[in-house]
Write a protein that binds this ligand. Sequence first.
Ligand code: DGY
Length: 382
Amino acid sequence: MSLVVFPFKVEKPEVVVNNIHMAASHERVSEVLCVGVEEEETYAAIAAAAPHVMAETDTPVNLILQDRLGSLRPGKGDGMNTALKYFLEKTDVDRVHFYDSDITSFNQGWITTAEEFADLGYDVVRHYFPRAATDAMITWFITRVGFAVLWPYSELPWIEQPLGGELLLTRKTTENLVADPLVMAQSDWGVDTIYTFRMIQGGAKMFEAYVKEGKAHKLYGRLTDLRTMLVECFAAIQSLKDEKVDGSTLHRVQPPDVVPSAISEKLGYDIEASMSLLTERWTDRQAELLELFPVPIRDGMIANRQRPRFGFMDEAAWFETYCVLLSHFEKDDEDWREIIFKLWIIRVLNYTTTAAARGYAYGMRYLRSMVERYLRQAALGK
Ligand code: DGY
């Protein structure tokens, strides 16, 4: 039997309650746990609905607030780690599932799929979804690139959605994570990176299950919405850069299917609004820090003080940029945060206008082959 966890912040209560109900009625689920950040309206709505769901499904639905466990910004990591501890300390079931609470396309099939692959002996089952060619820009340009550059021989760069929040873990895998001080310290957006990394490093058998209907979630507006996530995901990779990972993990991926046009035709972010960020918030110190980068990158960046420019940030320039960031980036320095944010927007705009503009299929092919080229470059020095 399994515990299903829904971490939440401020969500539409009817969506969350519907998802809780679906999970609680699943035959493999013995308890549903909702982990909130504070006692606001969503929390109150779940508290009010829980007794009804319990009465209808005969499954306990518990609601808790996340504990302060980590040492970084209190965020998603504290929520997930609170749930892992709850799973080990308050239940005796074998598996825990996580699902984002606001997914409108969630259904019981997601739980069944994860359970069935876990029955085959996998320690971790991750769901992955078709995403628009201009969505998942942190996944592609920060996480998968970082995994390729730093651990080219490992399974890490081959993980479809290393930042995904929909996953099943066995008790043994959870015990390893909870016993790991680095994992428990990671209270911010970096938590997914650290979980993924430690699972592969620790040799967990991983299956990625494809959810063809996709994960319905809201479109980001300006890329500013993702600024904190970007900084924290990069800093998590940077904090791991001296770690070793061998290449022997078992990792299998269910093949993808036809992508619904609602996804292939979707725009992942607002291009014009994001371009306008490039000329804002410059300081002279940022210009000084850019001296650390190769001259064409420094000059291209400085030109953005006057008007948006992104033609210079191609695949090769991003590799060089990424390596400089790995050595010099400082997460708590506001000028560095702004520099990495601008560099990333510039790379995303370059990709959008040179690859994604040629259509969904081309964009996705480009992203996949880019990761592969980077890992060969990192491994073979080509
Ligand atoms: C990512 O890059 O995967 C983030 O979820 C933003 O889309």
